[in-house]
Design a protein around this ligand. Structure first.
Ligand code: SF4
Ligand code: F3S
Length: 320
């Protein structure tokens, strides 16, 4: 197989200017809260390395993660993985189908070192019949694809923590990627690739972009005890919420349409889970930095935490 071209060589052929590439690197460095000079390091490194192969494997999921991530603004994940990386397999986006699709996956993983993105949780009941890819259980396909990967990213709450399929009564015995590894049901061999959890329902698009860029250009990001990159999951959404001054002043909305809600009072009594939810929503924000749930008038439902569907009190019950 011919050697892959570098990011810069590929971008030049696509007609994408170096200026646009540098802007992408600067925006990513900023979302990672890195000093401005780091953008140069990112640009130099990404400009010199071959484009990585990316395999995107979907298990029990709703395709919401892909939908969200492909609608990111700048730096665009779509641009990153479709134009600047080599996305060799994605159930929803790839052109080949059937046997040709599976052949693409096998060809892409042949030399190893690929980035494996997993969205969705993996069912164990009934021989895995709840999620079948190419006539095989997704656990089987995951085992084959993960064994010689260079990095595994569990994207979304389902892949990171079990998500909705894993909520009680969990009829399919849905498991996260980490659950499978810890139970010995996913064998990653003597030199297992690192696993990074990027939870959320769905995850913030720019967070996944930043994690991939960090890994490629700066090495493994530091992870918290749940396998999430601290740079994005190191503080709660409550810590930088626009309603925090009202929380501290004891001003709480009592309904979604009362005077307090209109004045931006804290939504804690309406079920907001912000104080117990670690994510970058109120810093990176959504839709190209436009807003996030609490700024838009709805409490956080804790979608980046384990077991958020089963939490006592449900989505609208009190956190405390
Ligand atoms: Fe915290 Fe939620 Fe209140 Fe914001 S609305 S200050 S996240 S409790
Ligand atoms: Fe999810 Fe809460 Fe952010 S619900 S989208 S972690 S504000």
């Amino acid at each position: 197989m011919p050697a892959k071209d570098t990011f810069v060589e590929h971008l030049e052929r696509q007609g994408i200017s170096r200026r646009s590439f540098l802007k992408f690197c600067a925006l990513t460095a900023s979302s990672l809260a890195l000093p401005a000079g780091t953008a140069t390091v990112i640009a130099q490194t990404l400009g010199a390395i071959p484009r990585p192969t990316v395999i995107w494997l979907s298990a029990q999921e709703c395709t919401g993660c892909s939908e969200s991530l492909l609608r990111s603004f700048e730096p665009t994940l779509e641009g990153l993985i479709l134009d600047e990386m080599s996305l060799d397999y994605h159930n929803t986006l790839m052109a080949p189908a059937g046997a040709a699709a599976e052949a693409s996956r096998l060809q892409a993983i042949a030399s190893g070192g690929h980035i494996l993105v997993v969205d969705g949780s993996v069912p164990l009941n009934d021989g895995g019949a709840w999620s079948i890819v190419g006539g095989r259980s997704v656990l089987d396909v995951l085992q084959e694809t993960a064994a010689n990967a260079g990095l595994i990213i569990a994207v979304g709450n389902c892949a990171a923590f079990g998500g909705l399929p894993g909520a009680a009564p969990n009829p399919s015995a849905a498991r996260s990627v980490d659950d499978l590894i810890q139970a010995g049901q996913l064998d990653l061999g003597a030199f297992p690739p690192p696993v990074i959890n990027v939870p959320g329902c769905p995850p913030v698009p720019e967070v996944l972009t930043g994690v991939i860029v960090h890994f490629l250009a700066l090495g493994m990001p530091e992870l918290d005890e749940l396998g999430r990159p601290r740079v994005y999951f190191g503080q709660t959404v409550h810590d930088t919420c626009n309603r925090l001054p009202h929380f501290e002043a004891g001003n709480f909305a009592r309904s979604f349409d009362d005077e307090g809600a209109r004045r931006g009072f804290c939504l804690l009594n309406l079920g907001c889970k912000g104080p117990g939810t670690f994510n970058a929503c109120s810093t990176v924000q959504w839709n190209g930095g436009t807003s996030y749930p609490m700024r838009s008038g709805h409490g956080c439902i804790g979608c980046s935490e384990p077991g958020f569907w089963d939490r006592a009190g449900g989505l609208y019950g009190p956190l405390f």
